[in-house]
Design a binder for this molecule. Structure first.
Ligand SMILES: [Zn+2]
Length: 254
């Protein structure tokens, strides 16, 4: 049985040694990596890396924390949208996009965050691309917003919100990508136990640190093994299933 691992959410532009990260991924059987852009400056870099490495596929979008990181984001919005439209042939998804009411504490920023999110969802609908979503602390609004748009497929990355949305998400056909936090986080373990294997994906969210260690795409192999143990599903079978799931949501990377 030939099968491959895929990291569906990685900030590959943030590594200093992309070559090494990709080589380690390859050695671990991780043959495809979705590189998610988050800021105005990362879009071009993500496109550049994706054009240099066969394993890397670009996903462009504006992260919900950008409203607090970049005071010019509102003025830059239209040109960023143009850039994404212009590159529609070179991207496999829109993301990382979403809402964040956990790391962004200033409520005055929420209306702008929502405006950007809506524009990104509209873009995904127009370009007929799947989305890579961040929902931290704003799960309720995100789940209420999504049905207003016709988006081919939805991945919710590192979900840690109320359990009730897991069932609703599955009913709507959403996917949930699991991070290396599965090794220590009771919330992430609960997501894995409650979400059917047909709705699971793997991600590193690298270079985020987990338990003090910098994450990278190669680590999704450990994530797979952790899910396999927790759900008591044979790891070969699970790997094949997750590959099939990934094909359904991100067809352009195959
Ligand atoms: Zn991320």
């Amino acid at each position: 049985m030939i099968k491959i691992l895929i990291d569906v959410h990685c900030h590959i532009n943030l590594y200093l040694t992309v070559d090494k990260v990709i080589k380690n991924a390859r050695d671990a059987g991780v043959e495809k990596i979705i590189a998610v852009a988050m800021s105005s400056i990362s879009q071009e870099r993500v496109l550049e890396i994706a054009s240099q490495y066969n394993e890397v596929f670009a996903s462009l979008g504006i992260h919900p924390e950008e409203v607090k990181m970049n005071e010019k984001i509102e003025q830059q919005l239209d040109s960023l949208i143009d850039l994404i439209k212009k590159n529609k042939q070179n991207i496999c998804a829109i993301g990382e996009i979403g809402l964040d009411h956990y790391f962004v504490k200033d409520k005055e920023l929420y209306p702008l965050q929502k405006t950007i999110f809506d524009k990104m969802l509209l873009l995904a609908q127009d370009l007929e691309l799947p989305v890579n979503l961040h929902t931290k602390g704003a799960e309720n609004i995100v789940f209420n917003t999504l049905p207003s748009y016709k988006i081919p497929n939805i991945n919710i990355h590192w979900y840690s919100g109320p359990e009730k949305f897991l069932k609703l998400g599955m009913d709507r056909g959403y996917y949930f990508s699991i991070t290396p936090a599965i090794s220590y986080s009771p919330v992430v373990k609960k997501v894995v136990l409650n979400v059917d294997k047909e709705h699971l994906l793997l991600e590193s969210d690298g270079p985020v640190k987990y338990s003090g260690k910098v994450s990278a795409p190669a680590i999704v192999k450990n994530v797979l093994n952790s899910i396999s143990m927790l759900k008591e599903i044979n790891s070969d079978e699970l790997e094949k299933q997750i590959e099939e799931n990934t094909k359904k949501i991100f067809p352009k990377i195959f």
